[in-house]
Write a protein that binds this ligand. Sequence first.
Ligand code: C2E
Ligand code: MG
Ligand code: MG
Ligand code: MG
Length: 288
Amino acid sequence: TQSKIDHRTVSIYDSKITSKIKNDYCILNNIREAVEKNELRLVYHPKIDIVKNRIVGAEALLRWDNHKNINIAEMIEVSENVGYITDISKAVIDIVIKQMEEWKKEGMEIKVAINISPLDLMNDVLYDHLVERFKKSTVKPEMLELEITERNTYREEDKVLDMLNKLKKLGLGITMDDFGTGFNSLKYILKFPIDTIKIDKYFIDTVEDNNTKNVIEGINNTARQTGMVVIAEGVETKSQIQALENIGCRIIQGYYFSKPLNPESFKEYYNEYGHSETKTENANCVLS
Ligand code: C2E
Ligand code: MG
Ligand code: MG
Ligand code: MG
């Protein structure tokens, strides 16, 4: 037997949805304006090889100064909900390639990763944009990595697989972000052409506990056997670094070394920190 619908609940629920949609569209109008007026900027978070003691790359992260009250994750979610996310991703690509061209002119060549949405992989729009953009750039596709998150489940996995293969063929690197937090971590690294996995901060927070240590060590060994690079994300303390070093996990990203930096500061940091092959004595680096 069917239970009676409580009309009061339905209408409250209904008006909640309506106001959420209104709010989303209000945020969207602001985002659209920001994209059109070039108000979005990127900060760069260093990725450091603690064995070679050098910067091996950077992750570009979106910042929107005019609306500090809206956090980036929320902005991304709204953009996904209303179908605007690929416009954001395209804007990010333009900013990052321009930045890399500038850095290259100044003698700094470094791999940069950007975050993209699962929705960007569902059609050719982003792919075509990348092809066009790289056609007229001095920067090679091999210098760009795409971080895909596994938080969201991929509905059409075969379509995603085809797109990832196309992107790889173009030369781009593919990174599985937030590794371990989704339902399909292992399935995705087996199915998709992943070069790098980023172990989520959630696991790094407890890396000093034996259980977590064993899990991360297992991931690291498995990844290395299959030719994947492992990055530990969200590393904040020296003892976390030491635990990761013992496991053999050598690429680190986290506040321990630096917060994400604006382009000028990133370049300074890069010059200071050393991109040299030799170990140097650095204020923050524990492996001196
Ligand atoms: P994510 O891709 O996993 O990026 C890592 C986030 O963790 C960044 O936050 C970074 O600042 C933060 N983080 C890194 N190391 C540490 C640490 O040691 N301690 C702490 N407390 N935090 C650390 P952010 O910049 O707020 O970005 C949040 C998320 O928003 C990103 O997570 C990513 O999913 C999304 N996002 C950021 N920029 C973009 C973008 O351009 N496009 C898309 N689609 N998503 C983006
Ligand atoms: Mg990321
Ligand atoms: Mg992450
Ligand atoms: Mg994250």
